[in-house]
Design a protein around this ligand. Structure first.
Ligand code: AOF
Ligand code: ZN
Length: 358
C-alpha cells in the first residue's frame, strides 16, 4: 500500500476522474466512479458507472478486455475502492480477482459501511499491489455528498442562485407581479437541471413558489428524473392548483400545522426560529436518505442558510447584463473559498466551498 505515485499515475487518475464525471446526474446517490485499464502506459480499456443500478465502473472497463491474460501485466486505476459487497451488482473485487492485475491504484477507500476497506484487503490478500490515496482532493470533491453522508452522517447542502452583473437576483416587482425573471442563459439552465438531477431533493421557500410557480424538475437534463421537492410553507399558503401540487412529482411541504403522508406529504415542524427549521429539515433529509440537498432560493431562504451556516457548497451563476435595481443577491460569506470559475455560455459559474474543505 505504498504511496509512491508517479507522474503517470497522476495523469491516469486525472483521466479516470474526468471519465467518472460523466455519471453526474445519472448515478446518485451512488458515487461517480470510473476505471481505466493501463498496459505499458496505454489505456487499453475504460468504463464508468453510468446509471443508478447499472453495472459498476470496473465491470464496464473489464468487459472491454478481449484477452484477460494481459491483465497480469496491467494497472487498474479506479477513483473509489472496488466494492466487496453484494448490492444491486456482485462485488467488483471478485470480478477483478478472476484475472488479477499487477497493480490497482485507488484515489480513496469506500466509506460505505458494507465496503470500508474490505475491497482493498481482499486485493492485497490475493497478492495484488494496491496503492491508495492519489488525487484525493479532486476525488473527494467529485463525490462530496456521498462521503459526507457516509462519514459525517448528514445531508450535504448545496446552495445555488443566479445574479445579474450588478448583483441582483430579481427585478423590482409591483405587488402581486408574478412570473420567473430569467437572468441566465440556456447553458446555465442545462447545468442547473443536471445539478438538480444529481440531488435527491430540491429545497425552496414559499415565495419562490408563489411568484414563479416553478416545476423544479430536471427536464432540460433528464425529463424522467424524479427528484423530491421540499417546500417551506409555514401557513400552507400555496394554492392547490400550483404546479408543486398538481403534477405527479413527489413533494414535501414543511409547515406548522399538518402532518400527512403521500405523494404530496405534509411535514409539521417547530417554526420557533429559522435555525430550528433548518435543523429539522436537515435531519428529515438525512433520515430520508437524501445525500445531497439542492437549495434554489429564494433570497430569504438562501440568506437564512448562509446566516446559520447551513451550506457545504455555493454556486453563483453570474449573467453579463445589468439591471440597475432589484432584489439584492445574497453575499457570499467570507468563510467561502472560490474553488472554480467556469464559463457557462454567456454566464460564469462561481463555485465556492468551505475554507479547508479541500
Ligand atoms: C465500485 N464501483 O462503479 C461504484 C461503487 O447498489 P450497488 O450494487 O450499485 O452498490 C452501490 C455501492 O457500491 C455504493 O454505495 C458504493 O459503496 C459502491 N459504488 N463501487 O466498486 C463503482 N459505483
Ligand atoms: Zn462495485
Amino acid at each position: 500500500m505504498s504511496n509512491n505515485f508517479t507522474k503517470q499515475d497522476f495523469y491516469f487518475m486525472e483521466q479516470c476522474l474526468l471519465l467518472a464525471k460523466k455519471g453526474i446526474g445519472h448515478v446518485e446517490p451512488n458515487p461517480r466512479v470510473a476505471c481505466l485499464v493501463v498496459h505499458q502506459a496505454e489505456i487499453i480499456a475504460s468504463g464508468y458507472h453510468s446509471k443508478f443500478g447499472a453495472p459498476h465502473a470496473e465491470v464496464e472497463a473489464l468487459r472491454n478486455i478481449t484477452d484477460p491474460s494481459i491483465l497480469q501485466a496491467c494497472t487498474l486505476y479506479v477513483n473509489l475502492e472496488p466494492c466487496s459487497h453484494h448490492g444491486k451488482t456482485p462485488p467488483c473485487v471478485d470480478l477483478i480477482l478472476q484475472n488479477p492485475p499487477k497493480r490497482v491504484v485507488i484515489a480513496q477507500s469506500d466509506p460505505f459501511d458494507l465496503v470500508q476497506g474490505k475491497g482493498i484487503e481482499k486485493l492485497l490478500a490475493h497478492g495484488v499491489q494496491v496503492d491508495v490515496g492519489i488525487c484525493e482532493k479532486d476525488s473527494h470533491q467529485l463525490n462530496a455528498p456521498f462521503f459526507t453522508f457516509h462519514q459525517e452522517k448528514r445531508t450535504y447542502l448545496r446552495l445555488k442562485w443566479a445574479q445579474t452583473a450588478d448583483g441582483f437576483m430579481d427585478k423590482l416587482r409591483h405587488a402581486n407581479e408574478k412570473g420567473a425573471f430569467g437572468i441566465t442563459g440556456k447553458t446555465s439552465q442545462h447545468w442547473t437541471h443536471q445539478q438538480r438531477a444529481s440531488a435527491q431533493a430540491i429545497l425552496v421557500g414559499k415565495n419562490t413558489v408563489l411568484v414563479d410557480n416553478p416545476k423544479l424538475d430536471a427536464r432540460f437534463f433528464d425529463e424522467h428524473k424524479k427528484i423530491v421537492r421540499y417546500v417551506i410553507d409555514k401557513n400552507l399558503e400555496i394554492p392547490s392548483h400550483y404546479q408543486i401540487y398538481s403534477d405527479d412529482l413527489p413533494t414535501v411541504i414543511f409547515n406548522a400545522h399538518h402532518a400527512e403522508k403521500g405523494l404530496k406529504s405534509k411535514v409539521k415542524l417547530d417554526f420557533s426560529n429559522a435555525k430550528i427549521v433548518l435543523d429539522q429539515i436537515s435531519a428529515y433529509a438525512y433520515a430520508e436518505g437524501v445525500q445531497s440537498l439542492w437549495v434554489e432560493g429564494g433570497a430569504f431562504l438562501l440568506g437564512e442558510c448562509l446566516a446559520h451556516d447551513y451550506w457545504d457548497e455555493i454556486h453563483v451563476l453570474r449573467a453579463p447584463q445589468k439591471i440597475g435595481q432589484g432584489l439584492t443577491a445574497p453575499a457570499v460569506p467570507t468563510s467561502a473559498q472560490l474553488h472554480k470559475k467556469s464559463p457557462l455560455g454567456e454566464d460564469t459559474l462561481y463555485t465556492y466551498v468551505r475554507e479547508n474543505a479541500l
